[in-house]
Design a protein around this ligand. Structure first.
Ligand SMILES: Nc1ncnc2c1ncn2[C@@H]1O[C@H](COP(=O)(O)OP(=O)(O)OC[C@H]2O[C@@H]([n+]3cccc(C(=O)O)c3)[C@H](O)[C@@H]2O)[C@@H](O)[C@H]1O
Ligand SMILES: Nc1ncnc2c1ncn2[C@@H]1O[C@H](COP(=O)(O)OP(=O)(O)OP(=O)(O)O)[C@@H](O)[C@H]1O
Ligand SMILES: NC(=O)CC[C@H](N)C(=O)O
Length: 781
């Protein structure tokens, strides 16, 4: 008796830390992922992220012909490389100019040096941070066509003796096109956004019998977004069956976004493999071995699925656009004794962990790619700057864990090419330890996360007479617990000097010049604000001074623990200044323009005060950060204050009182304004209802008007706000995400008048209601 053939296949997907326009680095990472898929995991199919060849975040560089040409150069390298596509079906992501002159965002299926199918994306991502239609045309073809490969590409392929495999034209597919391998596996593509649309590509593909669908994505992190992604992927395959692979970029590829990996392999709605969401690894490949018979049997067990297959056939779009590929394209395993993967539980991080690890990984990528020697943080001992310090602490802990997992003992004496040692190599380069000294051939290996922090994090408390000892002490204790290089720098001399300059300049007004005073000392509001702002802005100037000179200072220091500060490529070295304005301050404008909210990077600019506090509480009880536990708990529980007026006792000036609204209320305003697209009137309508148990209609009107007033007088501050990590959909970032004018009529006459009319209506209705209640009570008596 003959034995039926087996339908076992091993497939791989990956998360790659690509960098926009870093064609060489991107190519190396792609090759490494193919090597791991094939040699480590014995896979015959490998999926990569969207636009992996040039990096997803090229933005307007996608409009440059150079980007298309450099991408072709990389694809040629991948095709002619003797190993990469050999016996491995690769699904690459790359931009390409069609023969019709339009630019397309494409998937390229290739195997054994040969392109099998080019599949352009059909639904562009254009919401929020995405602007794909600005660079690409959504492909609307209804039948597969042929694409003529550019002549210069053909010439190179032929020089490398690959033309015998390579026709001049290759199929250019529509959304539901797929390839049929010679071992009868149907493989199709769905590009990122196509999964998120109502008529997803996977529906037609599944009804066509497609076994494997690869989704190459460029999807950035937002708190709790992974849940949505997984829900979509699971529901796709639990309804239609199939083996669905999801590949996402990871890391910071040159902008405010962090791509959060989490690549997946899902079979019939069951997760088989999941890659990390927050990883320091540049190339992470996950693979699974499955029996394709499970898909066929799953589908045949759903009669309604079969009915829809028939309906699709009747509509004439079933067998068309399936590309039969050459005989060498075979993917099934030659052996049966491969272990099949079983379903696993999905791993979700806590929201507090997402808040911390996303920005931590983003900061690491930014640091290692920027050429800087570390970070400098103005640390006030308050919740916001301490939250930023906590994120850097988490970064150092992630680095230390990664290094410890990959380095055996402390005896590593060479700069290894081993990709597992990449984090250590990057860290050594940043810290200036990348060359063995004459005295020692041993290269530095950090002894703890504090050891790492001591090299790359610098914290500075810049006190004035208005600062309290308690905040200075909190900043110092937190700096010590993290291991940062901490300084306490009094800045009264500078503040007094600036006031003196002003007094001299106004000496013609008599009395030897004007001296502005705080309100508590009898000054006007303008004087008070001016004094607050001098103090705040001088901190920014001082922060930049120290960021420029601390590497130099530390190189002059005899302390051996500080000897590792790099002097950088061109002889200079610098620290990146971290800002710590949270989302609520930005929205309400409760911050001084060009104070320490102006910096090089801000990891918390789209995170609310309440989420930050929750993160501090979480960190304070996490055993990994034990040394900082007490001080973090203390900071999380202290009421927010700017420590501004003179002779202030601790907490004499409280932010929420001064802002005229609580952080909780700001959270409501921020979410309704952006996520629910509310203008003043819609916001009022929502809040009258939400807060009916707390406030009268008139009180709600006052609150909403106050918010819109402050929002609009301060919107200009968002134009110059420091680039910040995009963590939340309610981010007010004016530069890329929350596009609004910055000069408003702050009277909002039509809007506020309408609200006033509504207040009257609510009050009348309430009066009527009360009358009816009273009458009923009277009648009951
Ligand atoms: N429409 C417009 N377009 C462009 N620019 C405009 C503008 N209107 C004003 N400006 C500019 O903005 C300036 C006013 O802004 P700015 O200098 O920032 O000053 P301002 O907003 O007046 O004051 C700073 C605010 O932040 C608060 N604060 C200070 C310090 C710490 C904290 C804390 O977080 O704890 C809070 C403080 O209580 C006050 O409410 C004007 O002098 C003008 O230069
Ligand atoms: N005494 C200080 N020393 C160092 N930096 C300071 C000091 N005071 C303020 N800063 C910096 O200026 C930023 C804005 O100051 P502000 O007084 O508005 O505090 P905040 O927004 O409440 O933040 P935090 O919670 O960190 O105090 C702070 O986040 C911090 O980076
Ligand atoms: N690149 C894309 O198409 C991304 C779109 C999708 N909505 C996401 O956020 O994942």
């Amino acid at each position: 008796m003959s034995i039926p053939g087996n339908n076992i296949i091993t497939v791989s997907t990956c998360s790659l830390n690509q960098w926009a326009l870093d064609f060489d680095g991107n190519l190396e990472r792609i090759k490494e992922s193919c090597r791991l898929a094939k040699d480590r995991d014995q896979a015959t199919y490998r999926l990569g992220p969207e636009l992996e060849i040039c990096g997803y975040g090229c933005e307007d560089h996608f409009l440059e012909i150079d980007t298309m040409n450099h991408s072709w150069q990389s694809l040629i390298e991948l095709l002619i490389d003797s190993q990469t596509t050999r016996n491995l079906l690769c699904d690459f992501g790359m931009p390409l100019m069609g023969n019709d002159g339009c630019f397309y965002n494409c998937r390229i299926l290739a195997m054994n040096h040969c392109i099998l199918l080019i599949r352009p994306k059909t639904s562009m991502a254009d919401n929020g941070n995405y602007r794909e239609s600005r660079y690409f045309t959504a492909y609307t073809g209804t039948e597969n066509s042929l694409f003529t490969i550019p002549i210069w590409v053909r010439d190179i392929l032929s020089k490398n003796d690959l033309t015998k495999n390579h026709p001049h034209t290759v199929p250019f597919g529509i959304s539901s096109s797929c390839i049929r391998t010679s071992d009868d596996i149907l493989i199709g593509c769905e590009s990122c956004e196509e999964l998120w649309t109502p008529q997803s590509s996977h529906i037609a593909l599944s009804l066509k019998g497609c076994d494997i669908i690869g989704n190459g994505s460029g999807s950035h992190h937002e708190l709790r977004k992974l849940n949505k992604r997984i829900e979509l992927i699971q529901s796709a395959t639990s309804k239609s069956g199939g083996l669905y692979l999801y590949s996402n970029q990871c890391g910071c590829d040159g902008g405010r976004l962090y791509y959060d990996g989490s690549s997946l392999i899902v079979l019939n709605g069951q997760i088989l493999k999941q890659s990390k969401q927050f990883s320091l690894c540049d190339v992470e490949v996950i693979s699974a071995t499955v029996d394709l018979d499970e898909i066929r049997s799953f589908r045949s067990s759903i009669p309604s699925f079969g009915i829809q297959v028939q309906q699709q056939k009747l509509s004439g779009s079933d067998n068309s656009n399936i590309v039969d590929v050459p005989d060498h394209v075979r993917l099934l395993s030659s052996t049966r004794n491969k272990k099949l993967n079983k379903s696993i539980d999905v791993h979700y991080h806590l929201p507090e962990e997402e808040c911390c690890f996303g920005p931590a990984c983003w900061l690491w990528d930014y640091l290692r790619r920027s050429g800087a020697s570390g970070y400098l943080l103005p640390l006030s001992g308050g919740a916001d700057s301490s939250a930023v310090a906590t994120i850097v602490m988490a970064m150092c802990t992630l680095l230390y864990d990664e290094i410890s997992a990959n380095v055996n003992g402390l005896t590593v004496d060479t700069d290894s090419d081993d990709p597992d040692q990449q984090v250590l190599n990057d860290l050594r380069r940043i810290c200036g330890y990348d060359v063995a000294t004459k005295e020692s051939k041993l290269l530095w290996v950090p002894e703890s996360s504090q050891d790492i922090a001591n090299h790359i994090l610098h914290t500075v408390f810049m006190g004035t007479v208005n600062s309290s000892d308690i905040t200075a002490s909190r900043a110092k204790r937190l700096g010590n617990a993290i291991g940062s290089y901490h300084l306490t720098v009094p800045i009264d001399l500078m503040v007094n000097a600036v006031i003196k300059v002003f007094t001299l300049a106004t000496s013609s007004f008599g009395n030897g010049g004007l001296i502005p005073q705080f309100l508590v000392n009898g000054g006007t509001l303008s004087e008070d604000l001016a004094l607050q702002n001098i103090q705040a802005r001088l901190r920014m100037v001082t922060a930049y001074l120290f960021a420029q000179l601390l590497p130099w200072v530390r190189n002059h220091s005899s302390n051996s623990s500080t000897a590792g500060i790099s002097t950088g490529k061109c002889g200079t070295s610098f620290l990146l200044v971290l800002g710590s304005a949270n989302v609520d301050e930005g929205l309400r404008g409760y911050m001084t323009k060009y104070d320490c909210s102006s910096a090089d990077l801000n990891p918390i600019g789209s995170i609310s005060k309440q989420d930050l506090k929750a993160m501090l509480v979480w960190a304070s009880s996490n055993s990994k950060y034990e040394l900082a536990s007490n001080v973090l708990a203390e900071i999380a529980n202290a009421p927010p204050t700017a420590e501004l007026p003179a002779q202030a006792a601790e907490h004499s000036q409280l932010d929420e009182e001064e802002m005229g609204m609580s952080y909780e209320e700001l959270g409501w305003f921020g979410k309704l304004r952006k996520l629910n697209r509310c203008g003043p009137v819609s916001m009022y309508k929502r809040l009258v209802d939400e807060w009916s148990h707390l406030h009268s209609p008139n009180e709600v009107a006052v609150k909403v008007k106050r918010f819109f007033y402050y929002y609009s007088i301060n919107r200009h501050k968002m134009c110059t706000i420091t680039p910040s990590y995009h963590a939340e959909g309610y981010s007010p970032d004016d530069n890329r995400y929350d596009l609004r004018p910055f000069l408003y009529n702050t009277k909002w006459t039509r809007q506020f008048y309408t609200i006033d009319l509504m207040v009257k209506q609510y009050e009348n209705e309430n009066e009527q209601e009360e009358k009816v209640i009273k009458q009923n009570q009277f009648l009951e008596r």
